[in-house]
Design a binder for this molecule. Structure first.
Ligand code: NAD
Length: 273
């Protein structure tokens, strides 16, 4: 594959760029995942709540790519938190995907008000010990949630998947993850494709490199060390979004994008959700 790996804190390699399938309907997921796999993606990011694990699994099966060349992530939805319910929800996800293991299983949100993420993660440790997830991690955890998790459990999460794009650069979380050996995975890396790709500074850098604004934003993430999982159902964009390993942003380009931070979320605040 053309995508370089990062090495997780358990020694396992994860492609630094993957394909996200949030909001892809189940009956379109097979085709979208198949297009991504044909285009060179080897990492796929789904979740129980996306209700497309069946279509995602079909796209994976249809590709004929050896299972050990793929990196499949799914996530536990909030209403399944708790030890026993997590084990049941994991069985259901594997069944829908048609797989006998996932590469990465994530707690989708900490939901601090429910106070169940520690028990949930203990079930994740059992799933890991049974070899049914090769790695375990979390999503949308604030440093305070990670501190508590790391104190109360034995396995440091390999990644924290958080909202991250030039308008929400998450410097405190990234620094904290760096100290703990947790990889930062960026969700909505393109800012959901809305205003971000029309920002003049990004358009100027795109023109300078003969690239698209989406490629510039993805390249910025790659050079920061983030894992990215851009989503598209459009074949030309699916291909465009993985074609970010043949050029480099200059230090002044990186600085110009880093100056766009507004600490502005598109999604919910993890402390409230
Ligand atoms: P994204 O930032 O990847 O943006 C996707 C949108 O940007 C597309 O729908 C399209 O409108 C546009 N786009 C994509 N490629 C483009 C291109 N080359 N040129 C122009 N426009 C383009 O947003 P996302 O889907 O929210 O995030 C990516 C993935 O992150 C999701 O699919 C999902 O897997 C994951 N995610 C996780 C969480 C979480 O809570 N853990 C939340 C949201 C998303």
């Amino acid at each position: 594959s053309k995508v370089p790996p990062i090495i997780l804190n358990n020694g396992i390699e994860m492609p630094q760029l993957g394909f996200g399938v949030w909001q892809v309907p189940d009956d379109e997921a097979e085709r979208a995942v198949a297009t991504a796999l044909e285009s060179g993606y080897r990492s796929i990011d789904t979740a129980a709540v996306y209700e497309n694990e069946v279509g995602t699994g079909k796209g994976i099966a249809a590709s004929g790519i050896d299972r050990d060349k793929l990196f499949v992530t799914t996530k536990l939805w909030n209403d399944s938190q708790g030890y026993d319910s997590t084990l049941r929800a994991f069985d259901a996800s594997l069944e829908k995907l048609g797989l006998d293991y996932v590469d990465l299983y994530l707690i989708h949100w900490p939901m601090p008000s429910a106070d169940t993420y520690i028990d949930t993660y203990k079930a994740f440790e059992k799933i890991l010990a049974d070899g049914r997830a090769k790695s375990i991690g979390v999503s949308n955890f604030l440093p305070e949630h990670l501190d508590r998790l790391i104190d109360a459990t034995s396995v440091i999460p390999v990644v924290n998947q958080i909202e991250l794009h030039p308008h929400l650069q998450q410097r405190a979380s990234r620094a904290y993850h760096g100290e703990q050996g947790i990889a930062t995975e960026a969700w909505s890396p393109l800012g959901q494709g809305k205003g971000l790709l029309e920002v003049p500074a990004i358009i100027a850098i795109a023109q300078k490199h003969g690239r698209t604004p989406a490629q510039i934003v993805l390249r910025w993430h790659i050079q920061l060390g983030n894992v990215v999982i851009p989503k598209s159902v459009t074949p030309s964009r699916i291909k465009e979004n993985i074609d970010v390993f043949g050029f480099e942003l200059d230090p002044e380009d990186m600085a110009a994008i880093s100056a766009l931070n507004e600490d502005r979320r598109l999604g919910p605040d993890p402390a409230e959700m």
